[in-house]
Design a protein around this ligand. Sequence first.
Ligand SMILES: [Zn+2]
Length: 497
Amino acid sequence: MSYYVTTPIYYSNGEPHLGHAYSTMAADILARHMRQRGEDVFMLTGTDEHGEPIALAAEAEGVSPQELVDRNAPKFEDLVERVDSTHDFFIRTTDKGHVERVQELVTRVRDNGYVYQGTYEGWYCPRCADFKNESEIGPGDTCPIHEIPLLREKEENWFFRLSAFQEKLEKLYEDEPGRIMPDFRRNEALSFIRGGLRDVSLSRSQLSWGVPLPWDPDQVMYVWFDALSNYYTALGYAREGEDLSERYWPASWHILAKDILKFHAVYWPAFLMAAGLEPPQRMFIHGYLLMGEKKMSKSLGNVLDPFEVIEKFGADALRFYCFREVSFGQDGSISTEGFEKRYESELANDFGNLASRSLAMVDRYRDGLVPETDADPLLLADFDGINERVSALLDEAQIGQALEEIWVLVRRLNRYVEESQPWVLAKDEGDAARLDQVLNGLTEGLRVLSLLLHPYLPNSTATLLAALGEPELSLREFASRSGGQKVERIEPLFPKL
Ligand SMILES: [Zn+2]
């Protein structure tokens, strides 16, 4: 099965921050997990580089827009690499391959009769790059998001017949509720659509930084249609000499933050349908990670800067914390203090320490050879069906809940060590068979959990799997290996600072 997951493309007029890292890590966790299941995965991320906010920022600095985005795009690419994203392609909307394909796409939309010339008059926020409906205007004609005065715009441009898709979109989200997750976001999209869809500007005439319309090069495409198209255009040129569209379109999942729901749930599927293409299969809308101001940690102060966290604690810790602390799909508070607590109690103690001591005991009591024995029925019952449960949750992009399912068993193995007390068993030769079973159960449990945790903690689990003598990344059942392999001691996976 093909599995195509995308992040939003990041608007490259500013600096990359935790919000960008969050969407990327989510998509990457899904991509890694599906690869473990042997699916044919493609993951896309990149930067959105056109439009007025970039033109204005460049002007203010006295550089060309191209210079500005050439300077900023690598910062985003650096961030996604530091969070250990395994994306298959990094798209930039200034790529020649993208520009050509957007022009093809918009031509198809026009040929199909969904484009006409008209006069736009209304309110526009230059920071959102968005034309505002009457219902989206703050007090005193301001942008409710940016709290800046909106501009009254009047210009001749080309319109996209969005109104033609009102019924189709309503039906799409009513008949197939799973298309927009979580469900309250689907309701939000539906109520926007039911409120009445009006045609929207497809182009701008008073801006030159964008993709020129093929039939009217004095106009550039409205940046949202240009940007959204990336999910489709990338497949046309990500692999030289190969068109991946047949193989991966429609996308399995678009991952995005709640502020861009309207564009993804309304404009984008309508634009695709107008071009005669399938809308994306599903989208997951996540919330914001909110920084409280009070809670400070010793080493990180009060700002959870992804670059700094990764520098000090590694990418695994950041990937883990964001999905452990905040329910994926909801807004949630994060703090540097909370980060350090979880790092110590869950990563260093629950998981890291469990791994170190288990391996050390196999080394000490059995010369590093996992005893060959029948699986402990106690653990067998606990681990029964875990791969299926985690897979079912990740099929629904329930990244935090899947992690909780796994963590229940991490805690279970810790209790198992305390209950079975291998160090006591080791003192009495009469308990040798029981000790064999306990050591076998611990290493087998660790192996299953490391594989399940691999999408969340790619680096530390790679170390652990190597120490466990497990060369493959595909998911394994508990007791699918009966022992006999050599394991090695490891340094602490999550050293205490
Ligand atoms: Zn705005």
